[in-house]
Design a protein around this ligand. Structure first.
Ligand code: HSE
Length: 435
């Protein structure tokens, strides 16, 4: 049987990994797919730049449009990233009747609704396993493996760079900027590393997972996003003393009134498996009503690891080339006409417990003022820790019981207005992530 010809757009970290994995494992892959897969063409904007893969047998171009317009190519693999030229290329490839495999989380989270509609109209598939949690097959697991469940919530460490930074800070007391530079050198970080640190990358991935979990359209702009740049050594250590770890989590929960969709630093009990996911590794816990909690763990970034997901998508598409488009697995797990308009809840309606770190002056009555304000807002204190005086300021650490966020906002505003509280309060939401 004739080989299936693919065209790769972008030979950077993931593009090179994809060439390497397809080449190295070609026989195994053909045995699985039922056809040989041929890298027929590849495009990269800078052909003079040395590549981390062997391109000697590939017809290269610096014009990606040549690839998507080549009639021989059946599958376009978009590994450029971003929502600029990548969006034009993917749209045109679909218009040309080609299947698309992409690792582009921003593209799917922000433009997936329209791209999936176009793909459906043209009878082609957009596969995006590599867009979420690198090499972990979380899309396939949720879309197919958990298809019998009502998914109740999911929570994930879905940015390797952020997890690497938090891990190094906790284990080695290293400096934030220094660890970030290392993540960039290792090829984990986004082109703009604020995407990693400020939670934008995680919000893209969470948006995609939430849609697949709950059967709702992609709504990236409604995702609450808070980064890790304000996390200090002090908080990492206090959390540890109290039996917790700080992780940058993406959390999606189905509540009676809507869906919670939020990315923020989170205190989680150190005994949870996911609390022990360190370095660049990713992990996602998905709680289904039938199966209970399930955990998916693996490399969330890196060349070969992400290529593993890209190649799996290529194999899936090759296997289904002759399948009637109506009988393929729907992009967002639910049939397109069965997606629901469930609202995304505003953050001030979300209910969680909190870690608060308050720097106060060392004078009588401060604690009484703080606890009175918390009590007036109906906030119950679960634990309290007072540390030694640091240059005239006393750190007070409190864990609270669950409270609606707007009450906590009001309490923090009032406490910060006290003359005895000179610094901004550090607040970190907590999750038990129990079954
Ligand atoms: N910058 C991302 C991360 C790469 O660090 O997880 C994978 O999406």
């Amino acid at each position: 049987m004739q080989s299936v010809k693919i065209g790769i757009l972008g030979l950077g970290t993931v593009g090179s990994g994809t060439v390497n994995v397809l080449t190295r494992n070609s026989r195994e892959i053909s045995r699985r797919a039922g056809r040989d897969i041929e890298i027929y063409r590849a495009a990269d904007r800078d052909l003079d730049k040395p590549k981390s893969c062997d391109t000697s047998n590939i017809n290269l171009t610096d014009d990606a449009f040549e690839v998507i317009n080549d009639p021989e190519i059946q599958i376009v693999v978009e590994l450029i990233g971003g929502t600029g030229i990548a969006k034009d290329l993917v749209t045109q490839a679909i218009e040309n009747g080609k299947h698309v495999v992409t690792a582009n989380k921003a593209l799917i989270a922000m433009h997936g609704n329209e791209l999936f509609a176009l793909a459906q109209e043209k009878g082609v598939t957009i596969a995006f396993e590599a867009a979420v949690a690198g090499g972990i097959p979380i899309i396939k697991a949720m879309r197919e493996g958990l298809a019998g469940n009502r998914i109740e919530w999911l929570a994930g460490i879905i940015n390797g760079t952020g997890n690497f930074i938090l891990t190094e800070m906790r284990e080695k007391g290293r400096d934030f900027a220094d660890v970030l530079a290392e993540a960039q050198a290792l090829g984990y970080a986004e082109a703009d590393p604020t995407f990693d640190i400020e939670g934008i990358d995680a919000a893209h991935k969470l948006t995609i997972m939430a849609s697949i979990a709950f059967g709702i359209p992609l709504q990236y702009y409604k995702c609450y996003t808070e980064g890790i740049s304000k996390i200090s050594q002090e908080d990492v250590q206090y959390a540890a003393e109290l039996g917790y770890r700080i992780k940058h989590l993406g959390i999606a929960k189905k509540m009676d009134s809507g869906v919670e969709l939020r990315v923020h630093p989170t205190l989680i009990p150190e005994r949870r498996l996911i609390a022990n996911v360190n370095g660049v590794m990713n992990a996602v816990v998905v709680k289904g009503d039938a199966v209970g909690p399930t955990l998916y763990y693996g490399a969330g970034a890196g060349s070969d690891a992400t290529a593993s997901a890209v190649v799996a998508d290529i194999v899936d598409i090759v296997r289904a080339l002759t399948t009637d488009p109506e009988n393929r697995v729907p992009h967002l797990a639910f049939q397109p006409d069965a997606l629901k308009d469930t609202p995304i809840l505003p953050m001030n309606e979300v209910v969680t417990s909190y870690y608060l770190r308050i720097h106060t002056l060392d004078v009588p009555g401060v604690l009484a003022d703080i606890t009175r304000i918390l009590s007036d807002e109906g906030i119950n204190i679960e634990a309290i820790l007072q540390k030694e005086d640091h240059g005239g300021l006393v750190p007070i650490i409190m864990l609270t019981q669950a409270v609606v966020e707007k009450n906590m906002d009001r309490a923090i505003e009032q406490i910060e207005a006290l003359d005895t509280v000179p610094d901004a309060i550090m607040r970190i939401r907590m999750e038990s992530l129990g079954g």
